[in-house]
Design a protein around this ligand. Structure first.
Ligand SMILES: Cc1cc2nc3c(=O)[nH]c(=O)nc-3n(C[C@H](O)[C@H](O)[C@H](O)COP(=O)(O)OP(=O)(O)OC[C@H]3O[C@@H](n4cnc5c(N)ncnc54)[C@H](O)[C@@H]3O)c2cc1C
Length: 684
């Protein structure tokens, strides 16, 4: 298994770049990088410590030339084996790259190196009266680079989303050692948002331009005890629906509470079986009091037992520590702890919580459960002893069943804790082999030799056959007649090598004059009734639906889209790059490929990890990668709508990765062919 000789051949070159003593191959060093916070283990062949960002690209070029895998690593707190070198390779330790280049409160941005620790950034921002929104429980040790690579977040997710929602621009080193700076500017398919959550498999994040927010003017923490978890869940649902300005909202079950409250510093009643912890915020004290009154009424209507509140920093920290202490406290119960996580649409949380408890009971496992109602994430912290084979088997079977139960409810295999090694097989449960193949094309476009953090996210091909008949997978039999007609037209044209101009209402992109002889393929008829789910905060619409019709429907329901005022069909707005902001609210899409294959990458959760974010790469794709059939969008309350500057068309400037993906997705260049005109080059 060990291929030490391939490292020794390039050892001197690597050391010349990284500095003497910074390339480690001692057994002890390798052993300490053979595990992270997940369950998998494997030793690397070397570990390189980087002192300067400028050293990374040359080292990657050497490793890439030698075809040796490389795995970016920060604090190693990811929970799914994301840094485990299953087939050997070199760990790129970037944790010393921890400078904050600037903090600019005027335009609310900061520039940080990827190794900056989350809590250090918060400490640096505080004197300016600002903060970085993603606040995972591991904040004192995890890095901003790791947060972005995993698209992590903490309790503040209900208001600010996850790490990716606070990223404005990224510097990325691709697996061939090229350095790029990407932002969603509409000039080409959105690669920045594709990198977010890609766990180092598409490239290495070196610097991030991030959004920072002013500390809330008025903030109050509440911890509310309930006799039943169902009551806490119902309360959470009603609080979210009532439009109360929530800054954080989490729920704990009895096992998590018992572990965390062992020292009994709180006087909660002994009948408490669930605790809801929340932050309410407001610009004015008066408004906070109005929110508080409404919130407490909802709590009492749901039979809350008792409450503690805090407005000062120490008090708020004490209340939140009840939740933050749960992980270390549970970890003391048994030799091992695995933090399982899956997510479901918000409307299915109650059912998912019930199923989770039943499954844990069935496998006789002890677990403390934490729930993030804002995003439908359920996190059983399972305690066990991995030395006991039976214990280990029960944990593995239970994890798989927990995920399956969430999938049956329309959920996903993960929300926040990534896929890594530990969860990659589960992707077979949600995607067909064609959909997995499309995800693999993304990986290949970035990394043709599979060197950047291999064996993460994508399942190995052979496994897909095992789960081909899974009931969670998409099939095209439920599609409407217009979609079937469009798919048939694509198949027919592909068989006859006829290229198409993909168009919506033709307000955003027009084919150039000289392409008039090409056949049009319009998405305007893809307008099946839009599906608004007010609890899930999602809206599904056919690609041909006019945005103004959607806005009207939303306004009738006191809802809106966080988008600039733009016009055209929803598919056209996504593909044109005219409103790049759409990638922030686009949760999923259904597409047709150039050969008329139907692929379903849609989902109804506000945050789910499901492999690469196909939606991102279709934002600004201008119809050249595939035809968007429908989109699921995140909606907001009408009062939360921001104002945006006016949009204008931007020129198309594809880079080498855009071209590589075009080659993979549409090898015959049949869709909007004038955009990538050098056909011979794509067929290489
Ligand atoms: C006790 C505990 C509590 C936790 N609580 C939370 C929580 O509340 N919310 C939450 O979301 N997560 C939580 N986590 C999970 C974990 O802390 C997060 O996933 C975190 O963002 C990982 O950061 P890291 O610096 O440790 O990254 P690592 O674990 O080192 O790396 C994570 C992944 O990103 C890749 N990677 C690292 N750096 C880069 C880079 N520069 N460029 C590209 N890829 C890179 C790695 O290869 C790996 O796949 C918790 C973990 C623990 C142990």
């Amino acid at each position: 298994m060990f291929k030490n000789d391939r490292i020794s051949e390039i050892f001197r070159q690597l050391e010349a770049i990284a500095g003497k003593g910074n390339v480690k191959t001692d057994e002890a060093d390798l052993a300490s990088y053979s595990y992270d916070s997940g369950l998998s283990m494997a030793k690397p062949e070397a570990v390189i410590f980087f002192e300067k960002i400028e050293h990374i690209a040359p080292a990657v070029k050497i490793l890439s030339k030698a075809k040796i895998p490389f795995i970016p690593r920060m604090s190693g707190t990811n929970l799914t084996g994301g840094t485990i070198p299953l087939k050997g390779g070199v760990i790129l330790n970037l944790s010393r790259l921890n400078k904050i280049a600037f903090i600019n409160t005027e335009n609310q941005t900061a520039l940080v190196e990827a190794g900056v620790i989350n809590a250090d950034l918060q400490k640096a921002l505080k004197p300016f009266g600002y903060f970085f929104a993603p606040n995972p429980a591991s904040a004192s040790v995890c890095s901003i680079g790791g947060n972005i690579a995993e698209n992590s977040s903490g309790p503040s997710r209900i208001r600010y989303g996850s790490a990716g929602d606070s990223v404005l621009k990224l510097e990325v080193i691709t697996p061939d050692g090229q350095t790029y700076i990407w932002q969603p500017d509409g000039k080409g398919p959105d690669l920045m948002n594709l990198i977010i959550g890609s766990e180092g498999t598409l490239g290495i994040i070196t610097r991030a331009w991030i959004r920072i927010y002013p500390l809330p003017k008025h903030l109050k923490t509440y911890s509310i005890a309930f006799a039943l978890m169902d009551q806490a869940l119902k309360t959470a649902e009603q609080l979210m629906e009532a439009g109360i300005s929530l800054n954080a909202l989490e729920i704990m079950d009895k096992t998590a509470l018992d572990a965390s409250l062992r020292k009994k510093t709180f006087a909660f009643p002994h009948t408490m079986r669930s605790l809801l912890i929340m932050d309410i915020t407001a610009e004015e004290q008066e408004m906070l009091e109005i929110y508080e009154k409404r919130a407490l009424q909802i709590c009492s209507e749901n039979s809350s037992l008792a409450m503690e509140t805090a407005e000062d920093e120490a008090g708020m920290e004490k209340l939140w520590n009840i939740k933050n202490r749960a992980f270390p406290a549970l970890a003391k119960i048994a030799p091992d702890l695995v933090l399982e996580e899956a997510c479901v649409p918000r409307s299915k949380l109650g059912e998912a919580a019930k199923k989770t408890k039943e499954t844990l009971r069935k496998y006789r496992l002890t677990a403390g459960i934490i729930i993030s109602p804002g995003t439908g994430s359920i996190q059983p912290h399972i305690v066990f002893d991995r030395r006991n084979q039976q214990d280990l088997r029960r944990v593995k079977n239970a994890r798989s069943e927990l995920t399956q139960e969430c999938l049956k409810l329309g959920g996903s295999i993960a929300g926040y804790y990534g896929i890594g090694v530990d969860k990659r097989l589960s992707l077979n449960w949600i995607y067909s082999s064609k959909e997995l193949g499309f995800l693999a094309k993304i990986k290949k476009s970035f990394d043709p030799y599979n060197l950047a953090n291999p064996d993460k996210i994508l399942p190995v091909n052979e496994d897909s056959a095992l789960f081909e008949d899974s009931e969670n997978k998409s099939i095209d039999s439920g599609l409407d007649a217009h979609t079937h007609t469009l798919l048939a037209a694509l198949r027919n044209r592909a068989d006859n090598r006829i290229a198409s101009v993909i168009c919506g209402s033709e307000t955003q992109i027009k084919a150039p004059q000289e392409t008039e002889s090409l056949k049009k393929l319009s998405t305007r008829f893809l307008t099946t009734d839009p599906l608004l789910n007010k609890t899930d905060m999602t809206l599904k619409a056919g690609a041909g639906t006019d945005i103004n019709a959607l806005r009207e429907l939303l306004r009738d329901n006191d809802m809106e889209l966080q988008l600039p005022d733009t016009y055209g069909t929803i598919g056209g707005i996504i593909a044109s790059g005219r409103a790049p902001e759409i990638s922030r609210i686009l949760l999923g899409i259904e597409i047709a490929t150039a050969d008329g294959t139907y692929l379903n990458f849609s989902q109804h959760m506000l945050k789910a990890a499901r492999g690469y974010d196909i939606s991102s790469i279709f934002c600004g794709s201008r119809g050249a990668y595939g035809v968007i059939l429908s989109a699921v969008l995140k909606v907001c309350r009408i009062d939360d709508k921001k104002t945006f500057p006016k949009t204008s068309p931007v020129p198309f400037e594809p880079n080498e990765i855009h071209k590589a993906f075009k080659r993979a997705a549409d090898p015959e260049n049949l869709l909007n062919p004038w955009l990538y005109p050098l056909k011979e080059e794509y067929l290489k």
